[in-house]
Write a protein that binds this ligand. Structure first.
Ligand code: UGA
Length: 427
C-alpha cells in the first residue's frame, strides 16, 4: 500500500520509517529542501536511537523515499498522514493549527483518487471535522474520509513505542477508511497489540487526556517530593511504596526538575484551554501546570541555598541540558529556566551533555561547554545533575568530589543515595 506522510518532524519521520518497515511504500514530504536532501542522503536530522539504521534499510529496499513535492507523495496514496507541528500559539496556549490546515488544503488539491486523510498531529477536539471541511471546500470532487490516529511515542524510545505499542488509537467513522487503517496496522494486530477504534472526538481527546494524566503523575510526585524533603522522608521509597499498587503503577513517578519536552507542556496547556473554551475547566490539569512551573523555581532555590544563599561568583557544573536522556531535544527543557537563572544571579555555569550542545549553544548563552562531567566539575562549588543520561548515573563520586572546590551535589533526578554521596567527599 502506498502511504504519504506530510511533515518529517519527530512523529512524521519515525512513523514513516516504521510504516515502511511494515512493508508499505512510504513517501515522506517536507517543505524544507535541506531536510529532504539530508534524508535522501541517509542522514537523520534528529537524534533518535536506531532510526538511522531502520531508515537506511527501508530506503535501500525501495520502500521509503523523501520529497519536497507533496503532489508526488499524495498521488496514488491510499492513506495520507498529516504529521506537521501544532506548537502552542504565542500568548494564549492554544494549539496553533495553521500548519495542519495548510497541509489539509495542499492535500486536497493533490488527491487523485480515494484516500483516508489521517491526522497524527496532536490536535484539539473538532479539528478532524475542520480538516474534512477544508479538504471538501478546496476540492469538492475529492474522494476521501478523515481519521484521527494520535501518537504515543516517547522521544528516545520512539521505535520501540511504534513497533510495540501499548495500544493504537484510531478515530474513524467511515468503513472504507477503517479497512485501510486496519490493513496498515495489520502487523501490530497480528502480534496482539490492542487497536482501539473510536469516534473522531474521542481519539482527539484520548491523546490530550493521556499526556495530561502522565503529567499529573509527575506533578503529584514532585509535590510529594517537596514534602518528603521537609519531613525527612525519601521520595524514591514513597514512589516505590505507592507504585507497587497495581491501581497506581510505578511508571512516571520519578521526581525531578519538572516535566519538559515538546509534548507535556504544550498539551497540558492546550487541554486547559480546550476546557475553558467549552466551559468545563480542567482544574486538575491547570494545577499540574502551575505545580510544574513551581518545581523549576524550587530547584533554583535549592541550588542557591546549597551555595550559601548566593551563587554570585560561584562555579556551577550542570550535567545534562536536554529535556530528558537519549535525545538532543531542548524544547521546554528545565535547563532553559534553571541555567539562565544561575547566570543571571552571577554564577559561572559550565555545562556538559552528550547530545545537547548542537541545539543548546544558541539557547544557553553565557555558559562554558565541557566535554565530560569531571572537567565541568573541576573547581566547582556545586554539581547539578539535571538530565539523567546514563553517564551521569554512574559517576565516580569520589573523583568528582576530589575535582571540586566545594564537594556539593544537587541531584535533581534523585539518582544517588545520599549516604553514598556524603561518604564520597574527601575527608
Ligand atoms: C510524551 C509521552 O510519554 C508520549 O507517550 C507521547 O506520545 C509524547 O509525549 C507526545 O505527546 O508526543 P516525551 O515528551 O518524549 O513523550 O517524553 P517523556 O518520556 O514522557 O518525558 C516527558 C517529561 O517528563 C521529561 O521532561 C521527563 O524528564 C519528565 N518525567 C517523566 C519526569 O520528570 N518523571 C517521570 O517519572 C517521567
Amino acid at each position: 500500500m502506498k502511504i504519504a506522510i506530510i511533515g518529517t518532524g519527530y512523529v512524521g519521520l519515525v512513523s514513516g520509517v516504521c510504516l515502511s518497515d511494515f512493508g508499505h511504500t512510504v513517501v515522506c514530504v517536507d517543505k524544507s529542501e535541506a531536510k529532504i536532501a539530508q534524508l535522501n542522503s541517509g542522514k537523520v536530522p534528529i537524534y533518535e536511537p536506531g532510526l538511522d539504521v531502520l531508515l537506511a534499510k527501508n530506503a535501500s529496499a525501495g520502500r521509503l523515499s523523501f520529497t519536497t513535492r507533496l503532489s508526488d507523495a499524495v498521488d496514488g496514496a491510499e492513506a495520507v498522514f498529516v504529521a506537521v507541528g501544532t506548537p502552542s500559539r504565542r500568548g494564549d496556549g492554544h494549539a496553533d493549527l495553521s500548519y495542519v490546515f495548510a497541509a489539509a488544503e495542499d492535500v486536497a488539491k493533490a488527491l487523485t483518487g480515494y484516500a483516508v486523510v489521517v491526522t497524527k498531529s496532536t490536535v484539539p477536539v473538532g479539528t478532524n471535522r475542520k480538516v474534512a471541511e477544508i479538504i471538501h471546500t478546496a476540492n469538492p470532487e475529492a474522494e476521501f474520509d478523515v481519521a484521527s490516529n494520535p501518537e504515543f511515542l516517547r522521544e528516545g524510545a520512539a521505535i520501540e513505542d511504534f513497533m510495540r505499542p501499548n495500544r493504537v488509537v484510531i478515530g474513524v467513522e467511515a468503513g472504507r477508511a477503517q479497512e485501510i487503517l486496519a490493513q496498515i496496522c495489520r502487523p501490530l494486530f497480528l502480534r496482539d497489540f490492542p487497536i482501539v477504534y473510536t469516534g473522531l472526538e474521542s481519539a482527539e481527546l484520548i491523546k490530550y487526556a493521556a499526556n495530561a494524566f502522565l503529567a499529573t503523575k509527575i506533578s503529584f510526585i514532585n509535590e510529594i517530593s517537596a514534602l518528603c524533603e521537609r519531613v525527612g522522608a525519601d521520595v524514591k521509597a514513597v514512589a516505590k511504596g505507592i507504585g507497587l499498587d497495581g491501581r497506581i503503577g510505578s511508571k512516571f513517578l520519578h521526581a525531578g526538575p519538572g516535566y519538559g519536552g515538546s509534548c507535556f507542556p504544550k498539551d497540558t496547556l492546550a487541554l486547559a484551554r480546550i476546557g475553558q473554551e467549552h466551559a468545563v475547566p480542567q482544574r486538575i490539569t491547570e494545577t499540574v501546570i502551575a505545580v510544574n512551573d513551581g518545581v523549576k523555581r524550587r530547584m533554583i532555590e535549592k541550588a542557591v541555598n546549597l551555595c550559601g544563599g548566593s551563587v554570585a561568583g560561584r562555579k556551577i557544573a550542570v550535567l545534562g541540558v536536554t529535556f530528558k536522556p537519549n535525545t538532543d531535544d531542548m524544547r521546554e527543557a528545565p535547563s532553559l529556566t534553571i541555567v539562565p537563572a544561575m547566570i543571571g544571579a552571577g554564577a559561572k555555569v559550565h555545562v556538559v551533555d552528550p547530545q545537547g550542545r548542537r541545539e543548546g549553544e544558541a539557547l544557553l548563552p553565557g555558559v562554558t561547554w565541557e566535554d565530560d562531567a569531571y572537567s565541568a566539575a573541576s573547581e566547582a562549588d556545586l554539581v547539578i545533575v539535571l538530565t539523567e543520561w546514563n553517564e551521569y548515573r554512574a559517576l565516580d563520586l569520589a573523583k568528582l568530589a576530589q575535582a571540586m572546590s566545594t564537594p556539593q551535589m544537587a541531584d535533581f533526578r534523585n539518582i544517588y543515595d545520599r549516604e553514598t554521596a556524603m561518604n564520597a567527599r574527601p575527608r
